[in-house]
Design a protein around this ligand. Structure first.
Ligand code: C2E
Ligand code: MG
Ligand code: MG
Length: 374
């Protein structure tokens, strides 16, 4: 897709190029535009999905060859979903929706992919819709709850708590966030869920002894232009001091200053909310992050903590990150600490805060309140 900034003429030239490539690779096909950047290609006379997939791959290869558009060398890129009639569907709408489902899976697999529809995808899709519907109800029925995991300072005093969402399903019991956050992220539910989490965390603050609380925020939430404004509104509504809130974001957030994500984070930080980079080192952007934008806390990914004992390199990386953090200066939290040995190594490496099953598991508020009162 050509960026809008390249202008209409360039967009038109790209369309002409696209239809030319399709005509060349799949002669005699019928091409139609289904949406802004979505096209349908109807190819007659095939009864073999493997052959169609190869055709799709040839098309992607042809599109990737640079072409001169408006004086610049441009490569088009695309993902392709394939469905076959009459095997997959006998009417046009059904066929398109199945190709669309395959396209969705192809995009998930990364760019430049071709996927053909198979019946398992339908199962996945039904499951997804089912979970989505149930989760929507759970938000209304108050079936969600927050558990809190303590974060300790080097002096072994609790510094803050991290809020972790749980779904107490009437039939299926406790459901972990990994099972439903990704599904919520594919709809408007993640926004609603995120606001529920923040509101609940704010109202639990006092019971947590007035200590700061960290909430996890999905990159999908940050993409909404009014995220920071709504976040701030909830702080006001609940009478919360922004300085007692930490926002944890995973390092998948892209790094272009001026982007919506960056603007949202900057706006929150201006209010006094602290920003933590969660799962640092697990993504691909880690080092860029260090110079990319302003934040307050680095949370070193659990995989480094787990491997420190066996991998000298991982130990060196943790030490180096701590050195950089000290110089910035920002706090370094080590998460997922399960053994005394890991704990000692992480202290030695220079981490400032510590979190993990060894020190304290996530627990419902009632248990934490009782511990604080004892
Ligand atoms: P995270 O933010 O990195 O949270 C840490 C996860 O590691 C939690 O899993 C926690 O229970 C687990 N954990 C803590 N200590 C240990 C340990 O010593 N060993 C091991 N093996 N695990 C440990 P949980 O609660 O299942 O959450 C998983 C992920 O789901 C979180 O990773 C976070 O990314 C996401 N998540 C949780 N709550 C929310 C939420 O309210 N909103 C959003 N958007 N995402 C959330
Ligand atoms: Mg987290
Ligand atoms: Mg984490």
């Amino acid at each position: 897709v050509l960026k809008d900034s390249a202008g209409h003429a360039a967009g038109d030239a790209a369309l002409v190029h696209l239809s030319g490539v399709i005509e060349q690779v799949v002669p005699g096909s019928v091409v139609g535009r289904l949406g802004g950047d979505e096209f349908g290609i109807m190819v007659a006379g095939h009864d073999n999905k493997a052959a169609l997939r190869r055709l799709g791959e040839a098309l992607l290869r042809a599109l990737e060859r640079p072409v001169n558009i408006a004086g610049r060398a441009v490569r088009l890129s695309a993902s392709i979903g394939v469905a076959l009639a009459p095997q997959d569907a006998v009417d046009v709408a059904d066929l398109i929706s199945k190709a669309d489902l395959a396209l969705y899976k192809a995009k998930k697999n990364g760019r430049h992919a071709v996927m053909s529809f198979d019946a398992d995808m339908l199962g996945d899709e039904r499951h997804r819709r089912f979970v989505e519907r149930e989760l929507r109800a759970a938000l209304l029925l108050e079936e969600l709850e927050l558990h809190y995991q303590p974060v300790f300072g080097a002096d072994m005093a609790i510094r803050s708590h991290e809020a972790l969402v749980r779904w107490r399903h009437q039939v299926r019991g406790m459901i972990a966030p990994a099972q439903f956050i990704p599904i919520a992220e594919e709809s408007d539910l993640i926004g609603k869920l995120g606001e529920w989490v923040l509101r609940r965390a704010c109202s639990d603050l006092q019971a947590l002894g007035g200590m700061p609380v960290a909430v996890n925020v999905s990159p999908v939430q940050l993409r909404h232009a009014d995220f920071a404004r709504r976040f701030a509104a909830i702080l006001i509504e609940t009478g919360t001091d922004p300085r007692s809130i930490i926002v944890e974001v995973t390092e998948t957030v892209p790094l272009n200053a001026g982007d919506v994500e960056m603007a949202n984070l900057a706006a929150l930080r201006k209010l006094g909310v602290r920003i933590a980079i969660d799962d640092f080192g697990a993504g691909h952007a880690s080092l860029q992050y260090l110079r990319g934008f302003s934040f307050d806390i680095i949370k070193i990914d659990r995989s480094y903590v787990a491997n420190m004992g066996s991998s000298r390199i991982d130990g060196m990386i943790v030490t180096a990150v701590c050195d950089i953090a000290r110089a910035l200066p920002v706090e370094v939290v080590a998460e997922g600490i399960e053994t005394q040995e890991q704990f000692m190594q992480l202290r030695q490496a220079g981490c400032t805060s510590f979190q993990g099953y060894l020190l304290g598991r996530p627990q419902p508020l009632a248990k934490i309140g009782a511990a604080a009162a004892a």
